[in-house]
Write a protein that binds this ligand. Sequence first.
Ligand SMILES: [Fe+2]
Length: 377
Amino acid sequence: MKTATAEILQQANANQNAAEYRPEHAIDLGMVESASDDERYVLPDNRAQWAQDVPNNVFDAEGQLTADKMAAAYARFQDLGALNIINTGLEAQEQNDVPMHVLECLGFGEKEQFKWGGLTSGRTNLKYISRCMRETDAYPEEKFLLPHNEILYQRFMPERLLFICSQPTKKGSGGRTFAHCALKTEAYIAGCGAAGSALLEKMRKGGFTIETGFLDDAHPEKSKNYFRSWQDRFGTADRDEAIAVCKQSTHQFDDCNWMAEDGIDAPTLMTRINIPAFKKDPRDGRDYMLFPRIALDGPKAHNGYRRFLIGDAELTKTETAILLQAFLATREGRYYNAGDILLVDNIRYGHSRESFEGARKIHASMAGMFWTDDAVQ
Ligand SMILES: [Fe+2]
């Protein structure tokens, strides 16, 4: 791990120290200028994105994942932070599962699985297809699911992720799972002049605030909402008890309140949490930027009235434009064949999913655990 990190940092430091090598990225407001509250940004044409080749780290298993190869791949993953393993020889298994010994060798065995802390912890219901594999969350195919760290809405998160492709998209039709290096993304933002430096400073000072509302089962728009109802999430139909359970869940929420809406006798339970925007990796003592979320649309019933804030402020259009450019510039990934695997370190890398058309099936597993806030663990 030291080698790759050292190289990236050397590059980033060189950029900071020598003006002639410093990347100066002009801030292109085109992607956010015409945006409305329904869609706050518009990315470049999907087909143009799909045709672009981007870099990626590869380990070629040459048709068979032997124990030696898996050990070598895992070591390389630890060094780099994100790694595609291709030519694994794995067929799409029944229920798209992965053999247990492969999961164990790659650090995703049953003992290492990320524990949610109970079935009622999540915002959405996870669909498990076996003990260690789950389906990836649904997201509109024509949209780019922007980079994020997995489970960055509570104080504990999985340390590493495994994705395996059972049904690849056709080359050129999108759907790649990208990894985004936190150090490179931070260096890109820092290269966006005063506005970029100010954004990083705001993140350092204010952290990320995530507001999520849990609708009532009886809310007229509940069927369009993709989160669980407050009755389901907090395991009670009693409003006072739901508030009490939420307030006790200090690893998941800082605060909550009821939000009433005119003419609807079914208030929404609004929750919020603030999480530091940088994480010190205990393995190398470095601070890694976590990925700010950008809401595609404004707070509405269908998205649980959720807002992603830096400190207590919404992202400005300039900040959104900087982040979108940084996210596009830092894509690392490739078109898969069935059986290809991607390993991602959830501290040193964010991950995203490109828009796509056609069939696509990728399954995921989460392992290890870290606390987002070093002060509260
Ligand atoms: Fe994800």
